[in-house]
Design a protein around this ligand. Sequence first.
Ligand code: ARG
Length: 456
Amino acid sequence: MSKKLWGGRFKKEIDKQFEEFSKSISYDYKLAEYDIFHSFIHVRALQKSGIISKKEAKQLVMALWEIKVAVSQKKFTPDLTAEDIHTDIQNRMAKKVGKLAAKLHTLRSRNDQIVFDEKWFCQAQAVVFKKLLYTVIASLEGFAGRNSGQFLVGYTHTQRAQVVLLGDYAGAFIQMFSRDSERLDNFLNSLWIYIGSGALAGSAISRESYDAALKEFLHELESKFKHTKTAIVKNSLDNVSDRDFIIEFLSIISITQMHLSRLAEDFILYSTREFSFLDLPEEFCTGSSLMPHKKNPDFLEIMRGSTGKIYGNLTAILTTMKGLPMTYNRDMQFDKEPLFSSVEILKEELAILARFIDALKIKKENINKALEDESIYATEIAEYLVMRGVAFSDAHELVGKIIRYAEDNKVKIKNMSDGVLKKFHPSLDIKKIKAIMTPEYAVSSKKSIARSAKKP
Ligand code: ARG
């Protein structure tokens, strides 16, 4: 059984079942790297304030580096008998430097460490997400580029609405993911990582000592973490009890997840036999154990289905924090699993999605067939009449009547005679109708969007 960071005031041994129940080492070991960062700064601050000697500080820093290297090389296996990552690292230090290790935890609290560690974790993951979002955006740009000039039926209410460019459709998702990336920027810009709270009331180490320690530490890590705002605590009570940043980060992740879920839904729908606009890459689909013909969109479904977990994780932390008295409370230990869970899911989704889109193909013939549906040009006919001086409500009514006539008489608008068309409005004739009812015209007639206009 590993040594604890507390115990002096207790006569009885901890209940074994409770001890197991209360441990967080099985998941908080993921914070090892950042906990060592805290220790680096702390050791320097202790030295600057004269609590430990330069020699002792050097010994401690060297031992910490050894653990840090093990973490970076993925050779760090958590000691599952320890209560948490802070205890685990402390015990490793004891093995490396003996009694001197006891001086490492001088005048500091895990309450200060844990919030510091988690903020660093969020900061590092936000940077990873920005890169992953960029690869998804690049894959969407690639998809648009491979299919440049392709038109698509645009939908509202899942009903055919108007013609759009496939590039604009892909561009809509690019906009969503760009906003997500901006949200991450804002998150990173407002994330202040503090040190020096003690348990809640602050530390006996002076601000000058912390200041000098921070300068040294940040200088060392400058190239790797340009954005970090690691600083001396402003309000120690707030700092140890604050988990807003996790709620904010999980909110951003939830919004990104909502975008992913909508994309998944579209792609699933468009890959059905009923739509048949998309040919999903086989390597991301699965078959049925019973029905030999099936090619199921499992990646997209798993991505859409993960939304439950991701929203659930946000709800979990919001609920844990609700009504907690100031300041740190052990309930807050449950902030980590939702955070790690959402981060892992989103990372995998984005990495796979980029490759999925790289391999995604369209079924051009079926899309073009859908574009022959005359109803999707109704708005363009109305717009054409408006340009000829007809009031829009009259044009709307009039085109509605043409559509009704076509349906009732089972005739295509493009096959109507000039005589019939002119009865609806004198400025209509079959030549104009044919010119208007094309994807090229429909798209180029939209002047609010920067494109070269083509007139019929
Ligand atoms: N495992 C704890 C957590 O995750 C670390 C902080 C412990 N602090 C304490 N006072 N028991 O919140």
